[in-house]
Design a protein around this ligand. Structure first.
Ligand SMILES: C[S@@+](CC[C@H](N)C(=O)[O-])C[C@H]1O[C@@H](n2cnc3c(N)ncnc32)[C@H](O)[C@@H]1O
Length: 221
């Protein structure tokens, strides 16, 4: 069912309300504060803003924010249980001033976030929708690539990691064909290890099971 942005946000906020009250790291997004003004939201001197889509339990996002106080991190996830888990990690901490999370998905990004906002966009282990008839649900497609191209600043970076071979090669193929991005790992299509990477819980789990991880890195051109 197609919803207007206003109805979508109302729906999301209706069961998230109590979480907004007692945690300052979560942002309640309503149409009144759109498009998001990250200068006001973070209200600090940081010049760099990174965006994680689908942060899951928030483990790596929180670690990134704590390790890099000079960088602002904005993370979204569309599932309430993920927000709840991430908040359970944040509730016994002081507010992390360079971190904001919000509950929403990628469907309305250009109506919510100004163009040229981010230095980096990160996607770790997005749902692979393994069955062929479900591939249309995968987040990364040509339209999504055009959206993130707009949201990134010049020379912005898109990072994508997945253990799923078919989704990884679909992404490689999409980025090979687009003129909007350049593959930083060229001539390789991906790396299986990235120095100084903070692994997500999902990633550790998949590695223990013996899966190869595909890390891709693309530059906005
Ligand atoms: C397999 S989990 C991986 C979580 C985390 N990135 C990790 O590596 O541990 C995928 C996450 O992406 C979220 N997600 C999937 N599609 C999304 C979308 N289009 N917008 C926002 N979040 C999304 C899901 O709710 C889920 O939390």
């Amino acid at each position: 069912m197609w919803l207007s942005l206003e109805d979508y946000l109302k729906k999301i906020n209706s069961d998230s309300e109590k979480y907004y009250e007692f945690n300052e790291n979560i942002l309640k997004v309503t149409t009144e504060i759109l498009p998001l003004n990250f200068k006001e939201i973070f209200n600090n001197e940081n010049k760099i803003l990174k965006f994680e889509i689908g942060f899951g339990n928030g483990d790596s996002l929180i670690k990134l924010a704590l390790q890099n106080p000079e960088i602002n991190y904005f993370g979204i996830d569309r599932k309430m249980d993920r927000i709840r888990t991430a908040l359970s990690k944040l509730n016994n901490k002081e507010k992390i001033s360079n971190l904001q999370i919000a509950r929403f998905g990628t469907d309305y990004l250009l109506s919510m976030i100004p163009e040229n906002s981010f230095h980096e966009i990160i996607m770790n282990f997005p749902d692979p929708w393994p069955k062929k008839k479900h591939h249309k649900n995968r987040t990364v497609n040509d339209e999504f690539i055009a959206v993130i191209h707009k949201l990134l600043k010049n020379d912005g970076i898109f990072r994508f990691s997945s253990d799923h071979v078919d989704y990884s090669f679909q992404v490689i193929d999409l980025f090979n064909r687009t003129e909007l991005f350049k593959n930083i790992y060229h001539p390789a299509h991906y790396r299986t290890e990235v120095n100084n990477r903070i692994e997500t819980q999902f990633e550790k789990h998949k590695k223990r099971e013996g899966f190869t991880i595909h890390h891709m890195k693309y530059l906005k051109v």
